[in-house]
Write a protein that binds this ligand. Structure first.
Ligand SMILES: Cc1cc2nc3c(=O)[nH]c(=O)nc-3n(C[C@H](O)[C@H](O)[C@H](O)COP(=O)(O)OP(=O)(O)OC[C@H]3O[C@@H](n4cnc5c(N)ncnc54)[C@H](O)[C@@H]3O)c2cc1C
Length: 302
């Protein structure tokens, strides 16, 4: 590492956003390196849904295909973690465990950190029968006994939407009951409301069978749709980036303009770290915009 010739573009994160940007920039004859720690959010999931042309592909297979698409271009692959980034007014330098990389432009495509509860049974069920997104897994769980929990202010719209996939839906409202008008709207859709919090999950080989509540009840359920809190990765937190408030991400979403540019010079961001539409297709689209715009920006430099 620490090559004499700086890269045109350093992409940090080899998920859908980063690899899509790499394809655009590679095909634009840019010298690119993708550094990836290899832990995409959906790694535990069996299949990626809502991806036209590749509906149901396994996450690892999607990554394998994306890397194979990049083979003809000048895109290096580096496994590892970027520990820090600094800018000297002309170039970015990324610190890695084994050295450093310099680049004219950087794309942050590092995703987010899901702050998962420590319930017994969650490790085995996460991504299999405990889901974050009805669009991703509502179809597979349709007409089954479902539970929704933990969306803060978004619990009501989340549960209302989820009721389209199953009429057998229990919404756990935590400590405080919902305002009556909202509760009535959910009940009118056949939704059952209950106070309380989950404490543990029962399952058979990852398939949820029941949710233990803090009042001692065990509720038989086949899937739990969970509003997970998130935060930014340590790398992003240390950069002093502007953020926009987020109902989910404790650090806010990284603020970008319509081209994915952040408030720091020659630094772009794409994917879950700056998006409320946390989907593979949206990350691919955002990464593509960044790849194109970074090429355009570099091309117009004197
Ligand atoms: C359980 C689950 C299932 C899902 N299912 C679907 C689905 O079916 N359909 C759908 O559209 N969406 C789904 N999603 C959402 C989808 O996974 C994300 O929207 C998508 O992965 C975001 O892509 P990304 O490139 O922004 O981030 P990620 O895919 O999370 O990739 C980020 C990459 O950056 C790496 N990284 C992080 N920090 C560093 C660092 N400092 N240095 C180097 N590398 C770093 C990570 O290891 C990771 O490989 C699911 C999410 C979850 C949690």
């Amino acid at each position: 590492m620490n090559e004499a010739q700086p890269l045109d573009l350093l992409i940090i994160g080899g998920g859908p956003a980063g690899l899509s940007a790499a394809l655009y920039a590679g095909r634009a004859r840019r010298r690119v390196c993708v550094v990836d720690a290899g832990q995409p959010r959906h790694a535990v999931s069996a299949a990626v849904h809502n991806l036209i042309g590749l509906e149901g592909v396994a996450p690892a297979e999607l990554r394998r295909r994306a890397w194979s698409d990049l083979a003809p271009y000048d895109v290096q692959r580096q496994e590892g973690q970027v520990l820090g980034l600094s800018y000297d007014g002309a170039l970015w330098t990324a610190a890695l465990a084994g050295g450093s990389l310099r680049a004219h432009a950087v794309l942050l495509a590092v995703g987010v950190v899901d702050l998962l509860p420590d319930w017994p049974g969650l490790d085995a069920t996460w991504g299999r029968s405990v889901h974050v997104c009805p669009f991703c897994h509502g179809w597979e769980q349709r007409d089954r006994p479902l539970m929704a929990y933990g969306q803060g202010d978004h619990l009501v719209p989340f549960a209302t939407m989820l009721s389209a996939w199953s009429r057998d839906l229990v919404v756990l409202t935590g400590d405080a009951p919902l305002p009556e008008a909202e509760a009535e709207g959910l009940r009118a859709r056949g939704v059952v409301l209950r106070a309380g919090h989950p404490t543990a999950l029962e399952h058979e080989n990852g398939a949820l069978t029941g949710v233990h509540l803090d009042d001692g009840t065990l509720l038989p359920r086949s899937a739990l749709f969970l509003g997970v809190r998130q935060r930014q990765t340590a790398l992003v937190r240390g950069l002093g980036l502007e953020a926009v408030p987020s109902p989910v991400n404790e650090d806010g979403d990284v603020k970008v303009d319509g081209t994915g540019r952040t408030n720091l010079p020659m630094l772009w961001a794409a994917g879950d770290l700056c998006s409320r539409m946390q989907q593979v297709s949206a990350a691919i689209a955002a990464g593509g915009v960044c790849g194109a715009m970074i090429h355009a920006t570099l091309s117009m430099r004197p």
